[in-house]
Design a protein around this ligand. Structure first.
Ligand code: FOL
Length: 202
């Protein structure tokens, strides 16, 4: 498991490491979306009595704007948006921070109101936010759905340095996710994909 200050990146990337096009996902994979939803919603340990506790999702403004209005905010999770231009409105269903550093510092500050309500932290993109977090020593895991097909994309996942991250076993993936996960390749709409876990070596 990972607890703040540690966090995990969650992403889906194509054969050519694409993650998006025209501020949307390049594919439609219901099973991967379900995996994303369930993994980011699950609060561990599941016997936790406190219903106030949720996971935090950190995303850039473009990713926030890419979420279909009917799913925005991503429910039963604390939505944190990084933006210098967006202003927080009263009674908003999401939180805005001007920088990633400020968001993470606040989540880590055990005396902050936010930190007492947060279980795990997931970084959900996009390209700029992944790039800023992948080399942080607090980035313990990358939950990567590898989509084994070439897609035309305009945003890409940053390079995973094999010196820093190694591919973990399926058992470790299930331990981190907190539930059984489909092992190996699956196919949806003729697109092959696989749930993988990369783990920080050091
Ligand atoms: N990680 C993985 N594995 N797959 C993704 O598609 C993905 N997408 C993002 C970040 N990490 C990912 C960012 N983009 C929704 C839409 C876009 C998005 C992330 C989430 C969304 O609407 N999710 C809903 C479920 C929607 C549905 O069931 O169709 C949610 O409640 O999580």
């Amino acid at each position: 498991f990972f607890k703040p200050p540690n966090f995990a990146i969650i992403a889906a990337a194509s054969e050519n490491w694409g993650i998006g096009i025209n501020n949307g996902l390049p594919w439609k994979l219901k099973l991967d979306m379900k995996y994303f939803e369930q993994t980011t919603k699950r609060v561990l340990p599941s016997n936790s009595a406190d219903n106030e506790i949720q996971n935090a999702l950190i995303m850039g403004r473009n990713t926030w704007e890419s979420i279909p209005p009917k799913f925005q905010p991503l429910k039963n999770r604390l939505n944190i948006v990084i933006s210098k231009s967006l202003k927080e409105t009263k009674g908003a269903d999401h939180v805005i921070y001007p920088s990633l550093d400020e968001a993470i510092t606040n989540l880590m500050d055990s005396s902050s109101e936010l930190s007492s309500k947060v279980s795990r932290i997931f970084i959900i993109g996009g390209a700029q936010i992944y790039k800023e977090t992948i080399n942080s020593p607090y980035c313990s895991y990358i939950l990567l759905t590898r989509v084994y097909k070439h897609f035309e994309c305009d945003t890409f996942f940053p390079e995973i340095d094999e010196q820093i991250f190694s591919l973990a076993s399926h058992e470790e993936l299930e331990e981190v996710v907190g539930e059984k996960v489909q092992k190996g390749c699956q196919t949806e709409n003729g697109i092959e994909f696989e749930f993988l876990l990369y783990k920080r070596r050091i």
